[in-house]
Design a protein around this ligand. Structure first.
Ligand SMILES: [Cu+2]
Length: 330
């Protein structure tokens, strides 16, 4: 092999193997649902491997084996046993196992309490409304926070095309279908951050519609939700105040809500606490003042055809104040 080929192979293998671990992996379950599916996946995989090996051996014998073995392979009982009985038995057992897991998850989901998050698939972001234990609703976006060890009901909806909510470390994927509500109960088993992704093609920027799941110790989660329910922080510095004015003067409030201010728009994500989110624009940018500025001027390159117009007319000073203001909305 030339050196370049070797390097390509090594890079490909490295890229392929990073797909199996890390922040978005169905093979590293950290949720009760995903933990239940995991053994089913491995069972089906190993059964598949065994069946494949068996077929390879039989085909090799049929092609190259001694005549007496080949004659035996052609007998009726091999055809009926291996070709009909064996597949029926194997597939039935796997099917029953899958039903058993689905049933267990369905029972868990009936027993879950009132904590819920309604998640609406948008183009191309996620509106998330938390319902607290005492029924209060808190609007947020693009990041699912969960209390470790407490089941939370996710109500999945869409007001446009079909999306699919997939947080592989938490649970299997479930479609978000206009006009109906699909429910899945998730329960994080350990604190940490993982990533999810829209899993049903929903238009040009479908691949750019991701989100983060932040699982937190229950007490921290409760504190976070109480904060999230509060109106936005008032500007504390001159530059933040300037950014607030730029926000109001440029019509951002027509599409975005910042609770506690005049901005009441609901077309785009709620920005009341946008500064405390892990990422911007549905998982596309790490959250810092520079990213805010980039998104505001260049969002059509970052996420082509998304529903926010680029604001290129802002001066350098306006843009940096605006970014500092948004970053302060924690
Ligand atoms: Cu999609």
């Amino acid at each position: 092999m030339t050196r370049r080929v070797k390097r390509t192979v090594a890079l490909t293998l490295a890229a392929a193997s990073t797909g199996c671990s890390g922040e978005q992996s169905a093979l590293a379950p950290t949720g009760v649902e995903a933990l239940a599916i995991d053994p089913l996946f491995w069972t089906a995989t190993w059964v598949g491997v065994l069946v494949t090996l068996m077929v390879v051996v039989l085909v090799s014998i049929a092609l190259y084996g001694p005549v007496s073995w080949r004659a035996r392979l052609g007998s009726d009982w091999i055809v009926i046993g291996g070709g009909i009985v064996l597949p029926i038995v194997v597939l039935t057992v796997l099917f029953l196992y899958a039903l058993f897991i689905m049933q267990a998850n369905a029972v868990r989901s009936q027993e879950a309490g009132d904590e819920a998050v309604t998640i609406v698939g948008k183009r191309w972001w996620w509106e998330m409304t938390y319902t607290t234990a005492d029924g209060e609703k808190v609007l947020s976006a693009n990041e699912l926070r969960l209390p470790v060890g407490r089941p939370v009901r996710l109500r999945l909806e869409s007001d446009n095309v079909i999306h699919s909510f997939w947080a592989p470390q938490l649970a299997g994927k479930l479609d978000m279908i206009p006009g109906r509500t699909n429910e899945v109960v998730v329960e994080a088993t350990e604190a940490g951050i993982s990533r999810g992704q829209c899993a049903e093609y929903c238009g040009g920027a479908h691949a750019l519609m991701a989100f983060y799941v932040v699982a937190m110790p229950p007490a921290e989660y409760d504190a976070w939700l109480a904060r999230e329910a509060e109106p936005a922080q008032r500007p504390k510095t001159g530059q933040q105040a300037r950014g607030h004015d730029v926000f109001m003067q440029n019509g951002c409030g027509g599409c975005h809500q910042v609770r506690g201010t005049a901005a009441q728009g609901l077309i785009g994500p709620d920005l009341t606490h946008v500064g405390s989110r892990h990422s911007l624009a549905a998982g596309m940018l790490t959250n810092d003042p520079e990213a805010f500025a980039r998104w505001i001027t260049d969002n059509q390159h970052i996420k082509p055809e998304n529903l926010m117009p680029p604001f290129r007319q802002l001066s350098e000073e306006e843009l940096s104040s605006l970014a500092v203001y948004l970053d302060s909305l924690e």
